[in-house]
Write a protein that binds this ligand. Structure first.
Ligand code: ACM
Length: 262
C-alpha cells in the first residue's frame, strides 16, 4: 500500500517566503509516502511579463524552497512533487520537481503552455520519464498537459502507475477529464489545484480548487472543495493499475492499433 495526498491552498503572489512557510507547516505533521503540491505554489501564477517572472524564478540548485523541501523529505522519509518556476541560464520553465530524502530526483518542464504562459515561459524541452518510488512507478505532468492525452499515454506505456499533476486550473473541464485519462490508461492520478482569486493590476484569475485523487477505473477516491484549503492523504494499492483489462477480451495497451494512428 502507498499513502499519497495533495495540499490545496491559495498562494500569495510573489511572496516566496510566506508560501514556503504555509507549505512546510502543512506538510510537517503529514504521514504519507508522497505529497503533491499545486503548479507554481511559491511564486503565484499571474505574471505581468517575463521580467517579473525572471525576478521570481529560481535555479533549483540555489533555491531555499527546494532545500527546505529536501530537508523535510529527509527528516520524514517522504517524497514531494511540487510546481516550480525554474530558471536555467537564460531560459525559464514552468516545471515540476520530484524531491525525496536525497534531494531533487527529477525535473519535468511543462510541454503544453496555457494561454498567457506562452508570453513569458519557455516550452518544456525534457523527455517524459518515470521514477520508481518505494516500488511505485510515478510520472509527472502539469495542468494544461491534461488536454493532450498523449502525455498520460506516453508515461503509461513506460509503466507509470501513479500520475502526479500539479495544477493552477481556471477552466472547469479538467477534473472530469482526468477520470477518463485514468480509465483509458488504468492508472491513479493526483491532480493538485490551487484556489482563490489572484488579483493583479493587469489581470485577475480565479482558480477552481477541487483537487482530487482518481483511481484506475476513473473513480474519484477523494476530492477537495472548490474554494477552501484542504490536505488529504489516501492509502492506495498501486498494483491495481497493473490490470489493464476492461473485459477479458479488451486490453488497454495490447489492443492499441498504432498503425492506424497516423
Ligand atoms: C494551466 O495550465 N495552468 C491552466
Amino acid at each position: 500500500m502507498f499513502k499519497v495526498g495533495y495540499f490545496q491552498f491559495h498562494p500569495c503572489f510573489g511572496d516566496l517566503g510566506t508560501n514556503l512557510d504555509i507549505v512546510l507547516k502543512a506538510l510537517e505533521p503529514v504521514d504519507a509516502d508522497l505529497m503533491v503540491l499545486p503548479e507554481l505554489p511559491f511564486t503565484g501564477y499571474t505574471f505581468r511579463d517575463r521580467k517579473e517572472l525572471a525576478s521570481l524564478a529560481e535555479d533549483p540548485s540555489r533555491s531555499e524552497s527546494v532545500d527546505a523541501l529536501s530537508r523535510l523529505c529527509r527528516r520524514k522519509g517522504m517524497y514531494v512533487v511540487t510546481g516550480f518556476a525554474e530558471k536555467s541560464g537564460k531560459r525559464i520553465y514552468n516545471s515540476s520537481l520530484l524531491i525525496g530524502p536525497r534531494g531533487l530526483l527529477r525535473t519535468y518542464r511543462k510541454i503544453h503552455l496555457f494561454n498567457e504562459e506562452k508570453r513569458y515561459f519557455d516550452p518544456g524541452d525534457l523527455p517524459l520519464e518515470i521514477n520508481t518510488i518505494r516500488g511505485v512507478r510515478v510520472g509527472m505532468m502539469i495542468c494544461f498537459d491534461w488536454v493532450f492525452p498523449e502525455v498520460t499515454r506516453t508515461l503509461t506505456l513506460q509503466g507509470m502507475e501513479l500520475l502526479c499533476h500539479p495544477s493552477n486550473l481556471v477552466l472547469n473541464y479538467c477534473q472530469k477529464s482526468m477520470q477518463t485519462r485514468c480509465l483509458e490508461n488504468g492508472i491513479f492520478a493526483v491532480t493538485t489545484n490551487r484556489f482563490g482569486l489572484e488579483k493583479r493590476p493587469h489581470a485577475s484569475l480565479r482558480f477552481t480548487g477541487g483537487s482530487q485523487i482518481v483511481g484506475p477505473k476513473g473513480q474519484v477516491l477523494g476530492r477537495a472543495p472548490a474554494q477552501r484549503r484542504r490536505l488529504q492523504v489516501l492509502e492506495i494499492d498501486p498494483k491495481e493499475s497493473r490490470n489493464k483489462s476492461l473485459t477479458p477480451r479488451n486490453h488497454l495497451l495490447r489492443d492499441r492499433r498504432p498503425e492506424f494512428y497516423r
